[in-house]
Design a protein around this ligand. Structure first.
Ligand SMILES: *Cc1c(COP(=O)(O)O)cnc(C)c1O
Length: 397
C-alpha cells in the first residue's frame, strides 16, 4: 500500500497492508532484511546517505526496511505522523525522555503505571536531574496541583494495570497543553484497535509491542508514535546514537501479529467481558475491576474513549493471600505468569510479583491488596477459562 493511500482505508485493512512496498521479487508476504549495513552505488551516494541529503538505508541501528514497515504500519494505525521502533517497551519510554528532557525538567506521572516504568523514573531519570511527581490516575485536581513551571510532560497508561482505572485523556491533554507540556500515553493495553490517544489530544503514544501487538508472547519490542518533530528529531536522534533498536526479525514477527490485531482485540474483549460478568456474581469473589462492567467507576468514560473494554481484568477473592494463591495453584490450563496480551490466558498475584518490591503501605494505598488477582484473558474457550478458575474458587465458598 502506498503511503499516500493510507487515509483511504480502515484500521483492519491498514493493520494488514500499510507501510509495505513489494520488492522486485513480487512477494505477497513481507520480506525480512537481516542485514546490518547497505551498499552504495558510489562514494557520492555513500556521502549523501550519511549526510541525510539522500533518503535511504544506511545502517540497521537506525534504518532497516522491515523495521521501517512496522513503523509505518503502527503510525498509520495510531494516526500519527511518525513512529520509531525500539528494542522493548522500556527502551521506548527511555528513548522518549532521553530525547526530550534535560536536567532540571519535571514530569508528572500517574502512580498506576507499570512497575518498571516507576523504577526507570525514580532511579534512573532522577539520577540525571529529572524531577518526578506521582499522582492519582483518575483525580484531575491531583494532576493540576502537581504541575510546576518546569513540567515538560504528563505520563500515563489507560486503563491501568492491574486495577483498570481509566484516565481522561482529553482532559489531561488539555491540561498539559495549557502548561506547555506534552501528554505521553502508554497505549499498551488498548492498542490502536481499541483506543487512539493521538486523536484524543495526546502528543506521544508509547507501546510495549511485546504485549498485544505481537499477541502471541514471542518477542520483545516497543515503539514511539507522534509528530515528525518529536519522533524523528528527538527520539530517533537518541536511538540512532544510543542503539536500543528493534531487530529486523522482531519487526517481522510484529508485522505478522498486527495482521490479526483487530480480530484478536475483539475476541479478547468478548471473553474478558464474559469472564468479568461471571466473576462478578461469584460467591467467592469480593469485587471485579473491568471497564466493561457498569459498576466500574469510569464505565462511561471508557465507553466514550475506547471502542472496547480490553483483555485485562482483576478481582478480589474473599480472604487474603492464601485464598488468592489457592485459586492460582488450582489452575491446570491458564499460565501462571506476569506476561499479558497473549492468546494464552495468564494469571498473576500482583502483591507478590509485579508489585512485590513496593512497601506494604504503598501497596495498600494503591489498592494492590493481598486478595487481588489479575487475569490477562486469552483466546481459549471462555468456558474452559471459567472452569479452570472455578477449581480454586469453589474451594473458597
Ligand atoms: C510490559 C509493559 C511495558 C514494558 O515493555 P517491555 O516490552 O517489557 O519492555 C511498558 N508499559 C506497559 C504498560 C507494559 O505492560
Amino acid at each position: 500500500m502506498a503511503d499516500n493511500e493510507i487515509e483511504l482505508y480502515e484500521l483492519e485493512t491498514l493493520a494488514i497492508r500499510a507501510g509495505y512496498e513489494q520488492t522486485h521479487e513480487q512477494e505477497n508476504s513481507e520480506a525480512i532484511f537481516p542485514t546490518s549495513s547497505f551498499r552504495y552505488q558510489s562514494a557520492q551516494q555513500a556521502a549523501d546517505r550519511f549526510g541525510g541529503v539522500e533518503q535511504g538505508n544506511v545502517y540497521s541501528r537506525f534504518t532497516n526496511p522491515t523495521v521501517r514497515t512496522f513503523e509505518k504500519r503502527l503510525a498509520a494505525l495510531e494516526q500519527g505522523e511518525a513512529c520509531v521502533a525500539t528494542a522493548s517497551g522500556m527502551s521506548a519510554i527511555l528513548s522518549t525522555f532521553m530525547g526530550l528532557l534535560e536536567s532540571g525538567d519535571h514530569i508528572v506521572s500517574s502512580q498506576s503505571v507499570f512497575g518498571t516504568t516507576q523504577v526507570l523514573f525514580n532511579k534512573y531519570l532522577k539520577k540525571f536531574g529529572v524531577e518526578i511527581t506521582f499522582v492519582s490516575q483518575t483525580d484531575l485536581t491531583d494532576w493540576q496541583q502537581a504541575i510546576q513551571p518546569n513540567t515538560k510532560a504528563l505520563f500515563l497508561e489507560s486503563p491501568s494495570n492491574p486495577l483498570t482505572e481509566v484516565a481522561d485523556i482529553t482532559a489531561l491533554a488539555a491540561l498539559a497543553h495549557q502548561n506547555d507540556a506534552l501528554l505521553v500515553v502508554d497505549n499498551c493495553f488498548c492498542t490502536p484497535a481499541l483506543q487512539k490517544p493521538l486523536t484524543l489530544g495526546a502528543d506521544i503514544v508509547i507501546h510495549s509491542a511485546t504485549k498485544f501487538l505481537d499477541g502471541q508472547g514471542r518477542v520483545i519490542g516497543g515503539a514511539v508514535v507522534g509528530s515528525e518533530a518529536i519522533v524523528e528529531e528527538a527520539v530517533r536522534g537518541f536511538l540512532r546514537t544510543a542503539g536500543p533498536t528493534m531487530s529486523t526479525f522482531n519487526a517481522w514477527v510484529f508485522l505478522k501479529g498486527l495482521e490479526t490485531l483487530s480480530i484478536r482485540m475483539e475476541a479478547h474483549c468478548q471473553r474478558a467481558q464474559q469472564l468479568a460478568e461471571w466473576l462478578n456474581q461469584h460467591d467467592a469473589v469480593e469485587g471485579v475491576f473491568y471497564p466493561g462492567l457498569s459498576s466500574h467507576p469510569q464505565y462511561a468514560l471508557a465507553k466514550r474513549q475506547q471502542t472496547g473494554a480490553g483483555g485485562l481484568l482483576s478481582f478480589r477473592v474473599k480472604g487474603g493471600q492464601q485464598e488468592a494463591w489457592k485459586v492460582i495453584d488450582a489452575t491446570k490450563m491458564v499460565s501462571i505468569t506476569a506476561n499479558l496480551g497473549d492468546v494464552k490466558t495468564s494469571i498473576t498475584h500482583p502483591a507478590t510479583t509485579t508489585h512485590g518490591r513496593i512497601s506494604p503501605e504503598e501497596r495498600a494505598k494503591s489498592g494492590i491488596t493481598d486478595n487481588l488477582l489479575r487475569v490477562s484473558v486469552g483466546l481459549e474457550s471462555v468456558e474452559d477459562i471459567k472452569a479452570d478458575l472455578e477449581r480454586g474458587l469453589s474451594q473458597l465458598v
